[in-house]
Design a binder for this molecule. Structure first.
Ligand SMILES: Nc1ncnc2c1ncn2[C@@H]1O[C@H](COP(=O)(O)OP(=O)(O)OP(=O)(O)O)[C@@H](O)[C@H]1O
Length: 302
């Protein structure tokens, strides 16, 4: 069963095509990370997944049920979209009590357990309007989790959190998935999302430009061996003669992209020493995630 599926989902705001024919499938137990720059269309997509805005075209299926006015599985969905809304003059506990009653929950231990889980204990009686952005986000997450939903739809869930909070949310999501939940979350930071998502969708200008697993992401990062000697043009000729893929970069260093050279850089060092081009420096360079992300969105087909 697919927990979430969209078919050619499209939304236009005047001249802006905010979401352009997006089809995605999310399986149970996945943490699907939806990644895009500001304005890429993430929030619009999540709002359509929640029925908060109506698509111009396409369909959404949650738990294989088509989203419509008759959709009846909202109790299985938890969400956090943009800055979480809370009753500003109610405390953290009171805010959660409102949602507890609206959801007709019957487990009085649930609220203290969540306050504990989201490390909101110190602020339990603080009015929502006086919380920091990070703690408002924690309260938003607590509300999303209150009814123990099977599917969580989270728009930028780490917004406003400090590095420790980001790690805690990551661990929390992993724990929820271990208990059987499925998560769909958006972010504009690949480095962050790559740490938690099992699969990634990259969105740019409303279009899904790439989908890949975390493993595929690691394999697709560019890697090269950077070498410098006292005579780089001479070393380049030597290595080319031996059949290596090598070039001089803008800094006049040797860049070797052969997989064999990357696996065994010591062989390159040995060859260069034998031919009289002793390396002064030799290191492996790996593309970072942000560079990868920018490369993918810039190289996309028109
Ligand atoms: N209600 C609206 N009216 C007009 N344009 C809108 C509306 N909502 C979104 N847009 C436009 O649609 C595009 C996608 O916006 P969206 O908020 O979905 O992007 P996003 O990826 O969530 O960005 P961010 O990370 O900044 O929230 C943007 O160009 C935005 O200006």
């Amino acid at each position: 069963m697919e927990v979430l599926r969209t078919h050619s989902l499209t939304k236009r705001f005047g001249p802006t095509l905010a979401v352009d024919g997006i089809s995605i499938r999310v399986q149970p137990g996945e943490i699907y990370g939806f990644l895009g720059l500001n304005g890429a269309g993430k929030t619009t997509l999540i709002r359509m997944l929640l029925g908060l805005i109506r698509p111009d075209q396409g369909e959404v299926y949650l738990f294989e049920k088509k989203l419509s006015a008759r959709f009846d599985a909202w109790n299985d969905v938890g969400y956090l979209v943009e800055t979480p809304a809370a009753y500003p003059d109610l405390s953290v506990v009171e805010n959660l009590q409102v949602y507890y009653q609206l959801r007709r929950l019957k487990d009085p231990k649930r609220i203290p357990a969540l306050i504990d889980q989201l490390k909101l204990g110190t602020y339990a009686h603080t009015k929502a309007k006086n919380l920091s952005l990070g703690n408002q986000q924690r309260l938003g997450l607590a509300k999303a989790l209150l009814h123990q939903p099977q599917l969580l739809l989270l728009d930028e869930p780490t917004n406003g959190l400090d590095p420790e909070g980001i790690v805690e949310v990551r661990q929390l999501l992993q724990a929820l998935v271990a208990q059987g939940a499925t998560v769909f979350l958006s972010s504009h930071i690949l480095g962050e999302i790559a740490k938690v998502a099992t699969r990634l969708g990259i969105i740019h200008e409303g279009r899904l430009v790439q989908e890949l697993t975390n493993q595929e992401l690691t394999q697709r990062l560019h890697r090269k061996l950077i070498v410098s000697t006292l005579d780089n043009p001479g070393a380049l000729r030597q290595l080319s003669t031996l059949g290596y893929q090598v070039r001089l970069n803008e800094a006049n260093e040797l860049e070797i992209t052969d997989p064999t050279a990357l696996e065994q850089p010591e062989k390159i060092a040995q060859v260069l020493v034998e031919k009289g081009y002793s390396p002064r420096q030799l290191y492996r360079w790996e593309e970072d995630l942000e560079r990868y992300f920018l490369r993918i969105i810039r190289n996309r087909p028109a």
